[in-house]
Design a protein around this ligand. Structure first.
Ligand code: NAG
Ligand code: NAG
Ligand code: NAG
Ligand code: NAG
Length: 251
């Protein structure tokens, strides 16, 4: 860019008090790594991908039952890294990394320290391949202590902190889905929160039914746009839905 235009841009950025964001000319690809709360049929991943506009695209590689360790051992992580490599010339690959629900189980065989290390390893690897890791803190469970309608159980607190710490350690973006989803269901309350439950009898308070997939997929899309403003034009907005979510109203 000619130097004088550069200076004018920088000057106007100074005037409005923010820095110039240099957007890439490559469209984004979204590769979703995670457990069942990301995966098709029960997660938010397909809801996020449904908001994308061409030439952006994405693949849901979320795997039901996965811990960070089994995702690696099962070859799913290799699928993610291969796609980042294959697309590095034409696309900016953004990789959501969202685990915790299974890692945290006492039977998982993964200690909290290993979980933390695996998140850092995943994010570091994506960076080294030229991709952009989006450490996405775990979707909240929609469980409330008995007798309480607006105080959901914060059962993934430490897993959220590990995602934040991994983002700091690798200088990558945190998508704080745990905070946003917990605040949201706290605000709309227990009864409204159960509308997103999975299963015929809607008793599964961890996974999402098709409507929950749309709502929490939109929440993730909006969080990504806030953190990575350059990708906004590759998403189809639904202002009605976003307004409901961010005004703490049942969607
Ligand atoms: C990668 O994951 C996607 C989504 O699950 C799947 O369709 C594809 O076959 C996988 N590729 C390989 C090489 O396993
Ligand atoms: C929410 O629940 C926690 C743990 O059960 C409790 O300590 C806290 O007082 C509750 N907060 C409200 C506002 O009810
Ligand atoms: C962290 O990343 C940002 C943008 O992604 C970059 O501008 C900054 O220089 C990086 N900082 C370090 C210490 O690598
Ligand atoms: C946008 O969201 C609203 C609220 O959930 C929904 O009624 C509407 O059908 C959505 N519009 C589109 C085009 O998906």
């Amino acid at each position: 860019m000619p130097r004088f235009i550069y200076w004018v841009l920088n000057l106007s950025a100074l005037v409005v008090g923010r820095s110039v964001v240099e957007c890439s000319s490559k469209p984004p690809a979204f590769l979703l790594a995670g457990d069942s709360t990301t995966a098709p049929d029960g997660g938010w991943g397909d809801g996020l991908l449904a908001t994308l506009k061409k030439p952006a695209w994405g693949v849901n590689i979320g795997k039901s039952g996965a811990t960070t360790a089994s995702f690696l051992a099962g070859g799913y992580w290799a699928n993610v890294t291969q796609q980042v490599k294959d697309n590095v010339e034409k696309y900016d690959s953004y990789v959501t990394i969202s685990f915790g629900h299974n890692d945290q189980k006492s039977t998982s065989g993964v200690t909290f320290e290993q979980y933390q290390e695996n998140l850092i390893k995943f994010a570091g690897e994506i960076k080294s391949l030229g991709g952009k890791p989006l450490l996405t803190s775990s979707l909240t469970r929609r469980v409330f202590p008995s007798g309480q309608d607006h105080n959901a159980t914060d059962s993934l607190h430490d897993q959220r902190l590990a995602a934040i710490a991994a983002a700091k350690a690798t200088n990558s973006t945190i998508i704080d889905l745990n905070e946003a989803s917990l605040e949201y269901i706290d605000a709309i309350g227990k009864e409204a929160a159960q509308e997103y439950n999975y299963g015929e009898d809607m008793s599964d308070t961890t996974h999402l039914n098709p409507h929950g997939c749309v709502v929490f997929g939109r929440m993730v899309a909006d969080l990504i746009i806030r953190a990575e403003s350059c990708v906004e034009r590759y998403f189809t907005p639904n202002q009605t839905l976003s307004d409901l979510i961010w005004s703490d109203l049942p969607a």
